[in-house]
Design a protein around this ligand. Structure first.
Ligand code: ADP
Ligand code: MG
Length: 324
């Protein structure tokens, strides 16, 4: 199979069919129609074998995650995802692997109305880069910088599952044979981007970001962008039953605080608008938990049962040096 057969077989006409795609896969570039009055939203995220996922991961999961991490960025902006391009670096053209990868990608793309409109295919160590494009009515995007002192902090879903799931998948955390363990591994392999909730939160939340590097790594970014201090009660962090039954309290708190890959949304919301936000979450059958508040000042303060604590953990950073 040569490169052009490969593209035609696995990546042509994938995802949703959209009327706003004038030209998709096949020419030198795609032509897309952005709705009048909208801003184009663009983001790109790469996942690299051995770095963001185990090298022996199921191909379907790799396809799903490559798109999910990008949909999560669009969700965090309160935007509608529409188009994607895919830059794929592959060690070899294994039909079974490509079939699984394309299925994982396409299924999630179709679910969110995203058309795959172009990309690039090269050979080399396995890495997947997806560029997502979407739109939002001009001036309405949810930014990290929109929060104010007095706003409450809320998160969707549960925290720490994907971190525990990755540890289980790589056998760093015992056997992965219980139902709870399977559930945690699934949360790593098939994250659910909160696209519908991001859209629903527009006009209600004052700020949002997605949690890709862990709350302890990501929350300081939102606080700094908004010029406020964040106060979080760690006893309030939402933890799943699956995680509760798989790890002791200290370990699960550490995962909920510092493990990445959950792709839940972190939102700031003025207290009087919390009921509206909670109602939107309830409509989507999505858990929404208030974990703290924003005050005047800088940085993040963590407390347990009302007493300030030093959590001693941070989020993931590719370029942080060990022991500096
Ligand atoms: P060019 O050399 O002009 O960049 P290519 O020959 O690499 O074009 O690609 C041919 C067409 O196939 C282009 O429309 C490109 O966007 C598309 N394409 C290539 N690889 C992929 C991929 N992995 N997924 C989706 N579309 C792809
Ligand atoms: Mg090319």
């Amino acid at each position: 199979m040569d490169e052009f057969e490969l593209i035609g077989r696995y990546f042509s006409g994938r995802g949703a069919a959209r009327a706003d795609v004038t030209l998709g896969v096949g020419d030198d570039a795609a032509l897309l129609q952005v709705p009048a009055g909208a801003e184009l939203v663009a983001a790109v995220d790469s996942i690299v074998a051995g770095r963001h996922f185990p090298v022996d991961s199921d191909a379907r999961s790799v396809g799903h995650r490559a798109l999910a991490v990008n949909l999560s960025d669009v969700a965090a902006m309160g935007a509608t995802p529409a188009w994607a391009t895919l830059a794929l670096t592959l060690p070899d053209a294994d039909p079974a692997w490509l079939e699984g990868f394309a299925a994982g990608f396409s299924e999630l793309a179709a679910r969110h109305g995203v058309a795959l409109v172009g990309g690039d295919t090269t050979s080399g160590p396995l890495a997947v880069s997806v560029q997502i494009l979407g739109y939002v009515p001009r001036g309405t995007a949810l930014l990290r910088s929109g929060a104010h002192a007095g706003d409450l902090l809320a998160v969707t879903g549960t925290l720490g599952d994907a971190g525990a799931g990755l540890a289980l998948a790589t056998r760093a955390l015992g056997a992965a044979d219980s139902a709870a363990a399977h559930e945690l591994v699934r949360r790593f392999e098939y994250p659910t981007p909160r696209v519908e909730f991001g859209l629903a939160a527009r006009g209600i939340a004052s700020a949002a970001m997605d949690l890709s590097d862990g709350l302890a790594g990501d929350l300081p970014k939102l606080a700094a962008a908004s010029g406020v201090a964040a106060h979080v009660e760690v006893e309030h962090l939402p933890v799943s039953r699956a995680l509760e039954s798989s790890a002791d309290p200290a370990r699960r708190r550490e995962w909920a605080l510092s493990a990445g890959d959950d792709y839940e949304l972190l939102l700031a919301v003025p207290p009087e608008r919390l009921p509206a936000l909670a109602a939107r979450a309830a409509q989507l059958n999505l858990r929404l938990t208030t974990i703290g508040e924003l005050r005047r000042g800088t940085g993040v303060k963590w407390s347990a049962h009302g007493a300030e604590i030093d959590i001693g953990v941070r989020g993931y950073d590719h370029f942080r040096r060990a022991s500096t």
